[in-house]
Design a binder for this molecule. Structure first.
Ligand code: HAM
Length: 424
């Protein structure tokens, strides 16, 4: 029986990998330019970390985690997100003792048992960035600026930045109560899940996709009308700094985010080219997360970009499949041995050369060079070889010249600059 990948788990094939490498390279360049350092965290964590960090009554923790008992009977979970893990690492390794402010980024796969569909997978990749140790709203705007700069540099356009404030421990309970009272009057309109959410965590109802639930919240009270004075000042400052750094945003009082750790600033970047799963990025401030996972009172803010969604928005033509610099088509016997020697000499110099291992006819080797879109082809025949020469064919201009084999490396070193993966 043919074994296939598990539903919701994707292969990323060589034909797509250029885009992934490009996005990862730009992320590193941009983030490091903003003073962020890379951190790598484990795939598996104690379940408790996410249950406490993300919140017991969130969809992620309630029904989407890959949780199982390991062979010693410990409950472990494949990370559904990175923020709680990075916070744990920061505490565990006392990164604050070096500098209380930590700017960290991470790139890697996450796991959520969601219903797979376009833009929603069970294993998906995130580019994640976090700042720990600063409560000042300047950092909120700075993190958002870095995010928007990154998205612009990878070539995304026409994105909307949605902004909201979710209040804090002081003001949100009053809002939650008001929302609950409002929705109680509409219980009959709510789906079963939302009737349960109404008791546990009514803010989650905003994220429900069921039509009647969406209708029930149309006139629901807005969290920004309940902000305490400190949260209001913080929010006003965030908006002021966003304006200072030249970023437009849309105030979206219905955007509540799907994780419970958020306080104050929350944001999403949305593209309408994505359809139902339209959020490329989500993020916000989480000033209680560290306490929830057993640490001291440390503020934090960050975001995560969904790689699959981001990559689906990139234009194809800019990220073509790479092509060999050179294909060496050789007659069998001595020419083939020479081709083998040359190919490996070229590889040691970082020049991608290909040859035929099977002793095929010159014609079929040329066909393969064409198919691989080799930039140049070197034709090695008995007669030319005796003179120490070969024919070098430019596959783009269809011109050819006789060259000395001993000059080849020099010729190619000039043609292939170290920054470029394909010769000009
Ligand atoms: P999130 O909104 O759950 O936030 O996920 C962030 C992004 O990951 C989403 O906007 C989306 O692009 C992508 N994403 C989420 N689930 C899936 C899925 N099943 N398939 C494909 N892509 C998906 C977080 O994860 C927070 N940790 C973000 C954060 C960092 N907040 C503060 N710091």
């Amino acid at each position: 029986m043919e074994i296939k990948a598990i539903r919701g788990f994707n292969d990323i094939l060589p034909s797509e990998i250029r885009k992934w490498q490009f996005v990862e390279r730009i992320a590193r360049e941009v983030f490091e330019g903003f003073g962020f350092s890379e951190i790598r965290i484990p795939v598996l964590e104690r379940t408790e970390l996410f249950a406490r960090g993300i919140g017991e009554s969130t969809d992620i923790v309630e029904k989407e985690m890959y949780t199982f008992l390991d062979r010693s009977g410990n409950s472990v979970t494949l990370r559904p997100e990175a923020t709680a893990s990075i916070a744990r690492a920061y505490l565990e390794h006392q990164l604050y003792s070096f500098d209380p402010v930590a700017k960290l980024y991470f790139i890697g796969p996450m796991f959520r048992y969601e219903r797979p569909q376009k833009g929603r997978y069970r294993q998906f990749y995130q580019v994640d960035a976090e700042v720990f140790g600063v409560g000042n709203p300047m950092v909120d705007a700075e993190v958002i600026l870095m995010l928007m700069h990154f998205l612009k540099k990878v070539g995304l356009e026409r994105l909307e930045l949605h902004l909201n404030s979710l209040g804090c421990r002081a003001c949100r309970p009053r809002y939650r109560e008001d929302l609950r009272n409002f929705l109680k009057r509409k219980t009959f309109q709510l789906c079963r899940d939302c009737q349960r959410r109404l008791q546990m965590n009514p803010l989650r109802i905003f994220d429900c996709k069921v039509q009647t639930c969406q209708e029930a919240i149309v006139e629901a009270p807005r969290v920004i009308d309940f902000l305490c004075e400190d949260c209001q000042i913080h929010f006003d400052k965030v908006k002021e700094y966003l304006q200072m750094v030249g970023l437009d945003y849309i105030l979206n009082p219905r955007m509540v985010r799907g994780l419970d750790y958020y306080t104050r600033t929350a944001f999403e970047v949305v593209s309408y080219h994505l359809g139902a799963q339209n959020a490329v990025t989500g993020g916000g401030r989480y000033d209680n997360l560290f306490k929830e996972i057993g640490g001291p009172d440390i503020p934090g803010i960050g975001f995560a970009v969904g790689m699959e969604r981001l990559i689906s928005l990139l234009p194809n033509e800019r990220h073509t499949i790479s092509r060999p610099h050179l294909f060496i088509a050789a007659l069998s016997g001595e020419p083939q041995k020479e081709a083998y020697r040359l190919v490996n000499q070229f590889h040691l110099e970082g020049i991608w050369a290909e040859l035929d291992y099977e002793g095929k006819s010159l014609k079929s080797q040329m066909r393969r060079a064409d198919k691989l879109k080799a930039r140049f082809t070197l034709i090695l025949g008995d007669e030319e070889m005796r003179k120490g020469k070969a024919i070098l064919r430019d596959m783009d201009t269809h011109t050819q010249e006789e060259v000395f084999i001993s000059d080849l490396l020099k010729i190619f070193k000039e043609k292939v600059s170290p920054q470029k993966s394909t010769p000009s």
